[in-house]
Write a protein that binds this ligand. Structure first.
Ligand SMILES: [Zn+2]
Length: 326
């Protein structure tokens, strides 16, 4: 009997999400557990293996019903070699032959990709990218993650590090980035960058309704900056608008390199909804060229936290078909 199901796993610093996709690509069962990253690699790995067993049992399946596991994880990593070189927020993850280990422990084929890529692929097949062949996704959170799909396929790059959109330089000689460059897009357009820039401006003497919270020792978040902007706070409004401007010029660069049909914005920052999307679209149309009307549609992601699981499981299915075409 042919195995009709695939499992998707999305590993994050806080939670591990897992799901089971049926042959039609529908998510039929899902489960989320804590990562417990502080206990190191072997502990997290044992949790991963148990999660796969629980998913199979929870969906009422046998192992023989499952064709493969797709696994999304923070990188850098090699999809081709199946190795995770390192992972931010995951202590002890260094040069792990994860595909081999995970496959041996579960007795199932495993495919490995970075978390931003699998989330983008999930949106592409089942969310905001449906109906197009060329899509770029920007995940706006702590930093900016990226995923690029060209002609229906995920672009991984010659050295498997494509789509690091957050590290495109938006401002020459700009704000330093932990990656070692200056002026990276994620230092201006991520959720963290919004909060940081507001705090710096207040510390430099600018006035804001958020100053009292800052003086009380509170941590300022992008959600608070968004609220303050909606309430008319001049500094919050300026920083929010600048953020939308930087994201828009990032979209212009992506338009000219890739000519995507759609640019999808995802991640925590899209909780602001139209407050984000409206100005990004407005700035985009002010800043882009006039030579052709080859503009991407700019949209918000639709799948929320299911995107990674759906994308990982779908990529595993594609990989299986390549290896056993009959
Ligand atoms: Zn950078």
């Amino acid at each position: 009997m042919t195995a009709h199901y695939t499992i998707g796993i999305d590993l994050g610093g806080t939670n591990i999400k897992g799901g089971v996709l049926d042959a039609s690509g529908t998510l039929v069962h899902r489960r989320s557990i804590e990562t417990q990253a502080e206990h190191g690699f072997e502990h997290v790995f044992a949790r991963l293996v148990r999660l796969v067993e629980d998913l199979i049992r929870g969906a009422g399946l046998a192992k023989s019903d499952v064709a493969a596991i797709g696994y999304g994880t923070p990188g850098p990593l090699s999809h081709k070699k199946g190795i995770v070189y390192a992972s931010a927020n995951l202590p002890g993850w260094k040069n792990i032959p994860l595909r081999e280990r995970f496959s041996a422990a579960t007795e199932l084929p495993v495919t490995l990709d970075n978390d931003a890529n699998v989330a983008a692929f999930g949106e592409f097949v089942a969310g905001a990218g449906r109906g197009v062949r060329d899509m770029v996704m920007l995940t706006l959170g702590t930093g900016i993650g990226g995923g690029v799909i060209v002609n229906g396929e995920l672009v991984r790059g010659a050295l498997e590090n494509a789509a690091e959109i957050g590290h495109m330089i938006a401002v020459p000689d700009g704000r330093p980035c932990p990656c070692g460059q200056r002026g990276c897009l994620e230092r201006y357009g991520s959720a963290n960058a919004i909060a940081e820039r507001l705090v710096e401006a207040v510390q430099a003497g600018e006035d804001s309704s958020l100053k009292v919270r800052l003086d009380a020792g509170e941590t300022i978040t992008s959600v608070q900056v968004a609220q303050a902007a909606r309430a008319g706070d001049a500094l919050a409004l300026r920083i929010w608008d600048e953020t939308c401007y930087y994201l828009a010029i990032g979209c212009v660069s992506l338009q000219h390199i890739l000519n995507p049909a759609r640019v999808v914005l995802a991640g925590g920052l899209i909780g602001a909804g139209q407050q984000l999307l409206g100005p990004v679209r407005d700035h985009f149309h002010r800043e882009t060229w006039r030579l052709a009307e080859d503009f991407p549609q700019i949209e918000l992601a639709a799948l929320g936290s299911d995107a990674g699981v759906i994308g990982a499981a779908t990529l595993a299915r594609i990989e299986q078909r390549k290896e056993s075409p009959h």
